[in-house]
Design a protein around this ligand. Sequence first.
Ligand SMILES: Cc1cc2nc3c(=O)[nH]c(=O)nc-3n(C[C@H](O)[C@H](O)[C@H](O)COP(=O)(O)O)c2cc1C
Length: 194
Amino acid sequence: MSKVAIVYHSGFGHTQALAEAVAAGARAVASTSVSLIPVAEAEARAAELDAADAIVFGSPTYMGGLSAEFARFKDWTSSRWMQGAWRNKLAAGFTVSASWNGDKHNTLYQLLTLAVQHGMIWIGLGLPPGNNSSTGSIADLNRLGASIGAMGQANADQGVEGIAASDFKTFEALGRRVAEATQRWHEAPQRLAA
Ligand SMILES: Cc1cc2nc3c(=O)[nH]c(=O)nc-3n(C[C@H](O)[C@H](O)[C@H](O)COP(=O)(O)O)c2cc1C
């Protein structure tokens, strides 16, 4: 059984809904256990994070970067850094904002930097860009054309119904990709030992 933890902050529910899509994608991969951890519970659930083979980080984009709550969690992870507790775990990230661009890239870079500071191994989205040709549409997977992680767009005046179905599918694909990579990663030492 390989273990994937998803740690996220969500002020208004959009990131949470997309975190659940990442979890659903990961759970669809056999022999994968998934922990969905709001940042407010991260300290109390540190053992789950330490035991995970992969940690997926999710933050909304606020003022062009991580939310303050996620940034607080980021700084708390220095305690894990001191012990090298997350070294060589797999990592990935996702974000959502109201604007199509919204400076989401900056948030993903912050998540990537956090992961590599910990010595983690980053997994990108791995999907071709969608919605970038005359035959494309917002129904395409990866409609926002991200590579570093998953990007979603949620209309500012709506709840989760303001998130396109294609975004949920894109986030599910990230969860599946992380779980599949985790399985290979988890089994590698056993294969080498055999
Ligand atoms: C404090 C704050 C700052 C925001 N800054 C941005 C921003 O820089 N770019 C953007 O496109 N949307 C911005 N938004 C909109 C949020 O990114 C968007 O509503 C997102 O879906 C919120 O996710 P959540 O429901 O998980 O908190 C901001 C919202 C808030 C509350």
